[in-house]
Design a protein around this ligand. Structure first.
Ligand code: ME8
Length: 488
């Protein structure tokens, strides 16, 4: 079994914020979950470095554009360590060797099929969206997402025959061959198709958009940034590279199992991307998972307001797993959610310090003090009702993860922690531990399973707990360990 998961590749115009982090952490949970099931996993992420948006960001700092995007890409890459992300490859769209060749190959194939043609065009361009908008999209003459008037642009561009693909895409989405999660978003896309799809412009004049991949055989034009960005999902696993290893990797992992993206870019992934793949006769993505957006204290994050939260700073201050926990638990996986430092501390103290941290400390203290070595058979064969509860929790977690309801999977795990708390309060093993070996072994069994269940979500803490319940031959050696979540 293989599992190929991708995230959006982030624009390299600014350093990462917690919205970017949320998406990468969600994808990391899925990658780790499938790895734990012994599937062959490939997790791809990266940066989207061309286009006017990145060019203008570099210009505003009077920096050379390549140097600027190099620096931002490093910021995004640093999240790997700071947030304990387990991606297998970080693709950059300015990487000629790994990305450009594949984009050229794709472009040529589309052109050869007659799906790319040239015509002149006038439209309203929003640099924030890196897309043409229609009058219908505007609110008071401005782009509703970026609150700026679009620029009027007239030029000769290449177009892609998206209009030819509406019916075929509709069928694939309707019958879940491309499964859109959550279902509400599926209906959104279907109604867009029902409204009719128009051909889209897939290049810009080189003069107006110099920062991008040149159109093959036409150096007056640059490939439109989205047509350069979407193929990262192919080039990231070797498409366009002419060696045996790349070809094998591509065949092993394509089609992708999950494209994980934000709600604002579903249109590109559910309409344009499948149409491109159909045109070049590649299999289609199996599913597209869509997450919501994070606000900070109820407001959209923006440099102007000065409320952009850096996930790296947060992880340094409170710890990696605390940040992962907050984002995964507070924000319903497919919905919008909010960040505030107050709510963060509340969840930290209530659910991590008093919840998981306290239960872990109680069990490890009781066991290491009274029975530092317990036979594996005693721990792995607990009372029936307890075993039932653990199995039920596991089933529930599997279901929730497969439905992309990661917050609900965490609720199920925290319900097991509460079960453990009640068990220890009822059993009171500290009163006469010499007669409570069975109960203490049961508690270690609960804790060990909790550690297993949290491993995709809170990998570091999971490892720490399991390192204190170490199997050696046919016994578990239990040590007290450190306080995993000191109160803040
Ligand atoms: O759209 N909360 O890049 P991007 C949650 N380069 N998610 C957020 C968010 C927020 N406040 N802000 C952004 C692009 N995101 C393109 C993608 S893919 C071939 C090209 C999410 O940097 C957003 O929804 O604007 C998207 O999934 C990702 O961050 C990158 O956004």
């Amino acid at each position: 079994m293989k599992f190929y998961i991708t995230t959006a590749i982030d624009y390299a115009n600014n350093s990462p914020h917690i919205g970017h982090a949320l998406e990468k952490i969600q994808a990391d949970v899925l990658a780790r979950y499938h790895r734990n099931r012994k599937e062959k996993v490939f997790f791809l992420t990266g940066t989207d470095e061309h286009g006017t948006k990145n060019l203008r960001a570099a210009q505003s700092l009077k920096m050379d554009t390549q140097n600027f995007v190099d620096k931002i890409a490093e910021d995004f890459k640093s999240l790997k360590k700071l947030l304990n992300l387990s991606w297998d490859k970080f693709i950059r769209t300015t990487d000629r060797e790994n990305h450009w060749h594949g984009v050229f190959k794709l472009w040529r194939a589309l052109k050869q099929n007659g799906d790319i043609y040239k015509r002149s065009y006038q439209g309203l361009y929003c640099v924030g969206c890196e897309a043409f908008l229609t009058e219908k999209d505007l609110v008071n003459g401005k782009c509703p997402d970026h609150l700026k008037e679009p620029e009027i642009i007239e030029e000769e561009n290449y177009f892609f025959r998206l209009s030819e693909y509406g019916n075929r895409i509709k069928e694939k989405i309707l019958n879940d061959e491309i499964k859109i999660v959550p279902a509400g978003r599926k209906h959104e896309i279907l109604s867009l198709i029902n409204g009719g799809l128009e051909d889209i412009s897939v290049s810009r004049s080189r003069e107006r958009a110099p920062w991008g991949i040149p159109v093959p055989d036409d150096d007056t034009q640059t490939i439109y940034v989205w047509i350069d960005a979407l193929p990262n999902y192919l080039t990231g696993i070797g498409f366009g590279r002419d060696n045996k290893e790349s070809r094998e990797q591509f065949h092993e992992f394509w089609p992708v199992d999950v494209h994980l993206i934000g709600k604002d870019i579903l249109k590109f992934h559910a309409l344009i991307w499948p149409a491109i793949l159909m045109s070049i006769e590649l299999p289609l993505p199996k599913s597209i998972y869509t997450h919501g957006w994070i606000t900070v204290n109820g407001q959209k994050m923006s440099k102007t307001i000065g409320n952009v939260i850096s996930p790296g700073d947060l992880a340094v201050k409170y710890g990696t797993d605390a940040v992962r926990y907050y984002l995964l638990r507070e924000i319903p996986s497919t919905e919008d959610g909010d960040f505030s430092e107050e709510k963060f501390k509340e969840r930290y103290n209530g659910e991590l310090a008093n919840g998981l941290g306290n239960f872990t400390a109680r069990v490890l203290t009781l066991a290491s003090k009274n029975y530092p070595e317990i036979l594996a058979t005693e721990i792995d064969n607990p009372e029936e009702n307890l075993w039932q509860k653990i199995k039920e929790t596991e089933k529930n977690i599997d279901k929730k993860i497969n439905e992309f309801k990661l917050h609900e999977a965490l609720i199920a795990i925290w319900d097991l922690i509460r079960f453990g708390d009640i068990y220890v309060n009822d059993a009171k093993p500290w009163e006469n531990p010499q007669n409570k070996k069975r109960e203490i072994a049961n508690l270690v069994c609960i804790l060990k399973n909790i550690a297993k269940f949290i491993s995709p979500f809170l990998p570091q803490v999971s490892d720490i707990i399991l390192s204190n319940i170490k199997k050696s031959g046919n016994v578990y050696k239990i040590s007290k360990g450190e306080n995993i979540f000191p109160r803040i």
